[in-house]
Ligand binder design. Structure first.
Ligand code: SIN
Length: 276
């Protein structure tokens, strides 16, 4: 097995592994702990094998908003048809940040990729936090922020293309908000990292909206620096897994007129603790 880093900040691609082989799992797990995003190339797997791999990490967290495979309700469909303008996940976000216990990881399997483009870009929230000044880190210490699903998956978003094309479901249940620390201690590594994102974070608790917008806006522009990023160029059969407690991601929507079809499984997480 060969493990090649994608950038200095995060991400690695893995060649010569088979996610169905138990003996390959320890090395894959080590690579994930080290790089937060792993791209396991060339996996010719069935939906059952995708789920079996996901279960080696923990219980499956079934996404309640994405359309799912009829045969496997635990597998969410991430699809852009040639005539659709918007892609799922094209704004920077962290999957399931709106849940009380955000999913620990997401595992995406490339079934059909466009002839060019359709990459996914990732950002290391630990590297972004490390690069802040000590005084700014002090300012963030002890802050909590609200996260919501309602403006993306709820009734308020009924006019979006995704809703009109039937990509999402259960709009009426997208009502919950979750409060998480702005700076978390990673549940496994203990590394400090930012846990706010442009798509699902709505406001820093206890601040006036303009104050919250100013701090979040500054953090978003800071985190968007290429220095903290890596980019995954998909090939059919790739399985990419990312750590939602350590990263943001964004699907690049630059392949208009082509089809991109992925299967996604999310793995249960835990409540997030504020960094001390
Ligand atoms: C997602 O946001 O989970 C999907 C990312 C992608 O399609 O690249």
């Amino acid at each position: 097995m060969e493990i090649v880093p994608l950038s200095g900040a995060l991400g690695a691609e893995i060649h010569g592994a088979d996610i169905r082989r138990a003996e390959d799992l320890p090395e894959i797990q080590n690579a994930f702990a080290r790089h937060s995003v792993i791209v396991i190339r060339g996996q010719d797997i069935s939906p059952d094998e995708h789920l079996a791999f996901a279960r080696t990490w923990g219980a499956i967290n079934v996404n309640r908003f994405f359309q799912a495979l009829d045969s496997h309700p635990e597998i969410a469909i991430v699809l852009k048809e040639p005539d659709q303008r918007r892609a799922t996940g094209e704004d920077w976000h962290t999957d399931h940040a709106y849940d009380l216990e955000p999913a620990m990881g997401s595992i995406l399997h490339a079934i059909e990729v466009p002839p060019y483009g359709g990459d996914t870009v990732y950002c290391s929230m630990g590297a972004a936090y490390d690069a802040l000044s000590d005084r700014f880190k002090e300012l963030l210490q002890g802050l909590y922020a609200w996260h919501s699903s309602s403006h993306v998956f709820g009734v308020a978003a009924q006019d979006s293309e995704a809703m009109k094309m039937g990509k999402y479901r259960n709009a009426e249940s997208a009502t919950q908000n979750a409060l998480h620390p702005v700076v978390i201690s990673h549940p496994l590594s203990g590394r400090k990292g930012l846990f706010v994102n442009p798509q699902f974070t709505t406001q820093i608790d206890g601040l006036a909206k303009p104050e919250s917008d100013a701090i979040l806006g500054m953090l978003y522009s800071h985190c968007s620096k290429p220095d903290f990023q890596c980019r995954v160029r998909w090939q059919k059969g790739d399985v990419t897994m990312w750590d939602n407690r350590a990263t943001w991601h964004k699907a690049i929507n630059d392949y208009q007129g082509h089809r991109r079809y992925m299967h996604r499984v999310t793995v249960e997480g835990c409540p997030l603790q504020a960094a001390q």
